[in-house]
Design a protein around this ligand. Structure first.
Ligand SMILES: [Zn+2]
Length: 337
């Protein structure tokens, strides 16, 4: 599967094939949720296909494609952790190098994808290194990694890197609306940009987020955020249920609302991320001062920095909402004075 934001990488790959300068090892790097594994699989299928088209897309009809699509192609190996959340073991890599030592079944390419590559333990990485140092003919190993900085430098230096970046917000929103029609309907209508921002701009991660509790949590948090500003709700005792999964996500939401409030204060309305909340944010913007918003934002950044240590999430949230209440209340009072 090739997405609009992976098109240029695809063209790069095809060009390497056409110029017959395909390396033995490549690293597909970039954040999670951009479809790196999808494009790696597509490329593998095309390399193995007996009659790819002019754009190097697989024919989906030859024997090789049939086997590939049935996950039974003898010259294709997808190495993933055997159990979710566990590492890739040395035996898996040894099995692969043994396969690569044998002749190819169809005398064309042999392709392996290792994903996520950073989940290889040290022994597995060392075993792979041997293959990378003495690569067999007509083989390609594609490492797929969203955290390539944690791969050993000995491996990184032997792979040609292909970088994947997040698409522009416009491209991502267009794609979401076209390919996931109805996903952002109803009460979350208009939240595409906010959800994308939470997913670091990665559209596939955004799609996953929508199905999760994340959206509900955002709604609850925003209601509380408003109610505290209006004095309708106590800033103390935020719902323990949604603090259970940690405080980072709720704090990131608050960060994005405060950033939007600042944008409204400095007339950068077109840069708003939380479009679905723009009416409420506009009202809030009149209730707060720019200087206080900047101070509040610094405060949030401090909390996010301290995330590594175990924290009393309830206390942090209480402090944050108390601060927010003071900030919104003080301006209201000066109005009426
Ligand atoms: Zn084919």
């Amino acid at each position: 599967m090739i997405f609009p934001w992976t098109l240029s990488q695809w063209q790069q790959l095809v060009q390497r094939v056409n110029e017959q300068r395909l390396p033995h090892a490549m690293l597909f790097g970039g954040i999670e949720g951009l479809g790196k594994l999808d494009i790696a699989r597509q490329f593998a299928q095309s390399l193995l296909c007996q009659q790819p088209d002019d754009n190097f897309m697989p024919c989906s009809q030859c024997r090789s494609c049939a086997q590939f699509e049935a996950n039974t192609h003898p010259d294709f190996h997808l190495i993933e952790p055997e159990e979710e959340g566990k590492g890739i073991k040395v035996d898996q890599i040894r099995g692969l190098t043994e396969q690569f030592g044998l002749a190819a079944h169809y005398a064309s390419y042999r392709v392996a994808i290792i994903s996520p590559a950073e989940s290889m333990n040290l022994a597995a990485a060392n075993s792979l290194l041997k293959s990378l140092e003495e690569p067999p003919e007509n083989t390609l190993i594609i490492l797929v990694s969203s955290h390539s900085a944690s791969l050993p430098s000995t491996i990184l230096s032997r792979c040609q890197r292909v970088n994947f970046d997040s698409p522009s917000a416009d491209m991502a929103v267009n794609w979401l609306n076209k390919h996931h029609t109805g996903l952002f309907d109803g009460e979350i209508g208009g939240s595409e940009r906010a959800v994308l921002a939470m997913a670091n701009g990665a559209p596939l991660k955004a799609v996953k987020s929508v199905d999760s509790e994340l959206i509900k949590q955002r709604e609850q948090m925003f209601s509380l955020f408003l109610a505290v500003a209006e004095g309708a709700e106590s800033p103390l005792g935020a719902d323990k249920q949604w603090l259970k999964t940690g405080i980072t996500t709720p704090i990131q939401w608050v960060y994005s609302w405060i950033s939007d409030l600042i944008k409204l204060k400095v007339n950068l309305r077109e840069a708003l991320v939380n479009l679905d909340k723009s009416a409420d944010l506009q009202k809030l913007a009149q209730q707060v001062e720019l200087g206080s918003l900047y101070r509040f934002l610094d405060n949030i950044l401090d909390i996010l920095k301290k995330q590594r240590a175990p924290l009393n999430t309830q206390m942090i949230m209480d402090d944050l909402l108390l601060d927010w209440k003071t900030l919104t209340a003080s301006v209201e009072h000066t109005h009426y004075r």
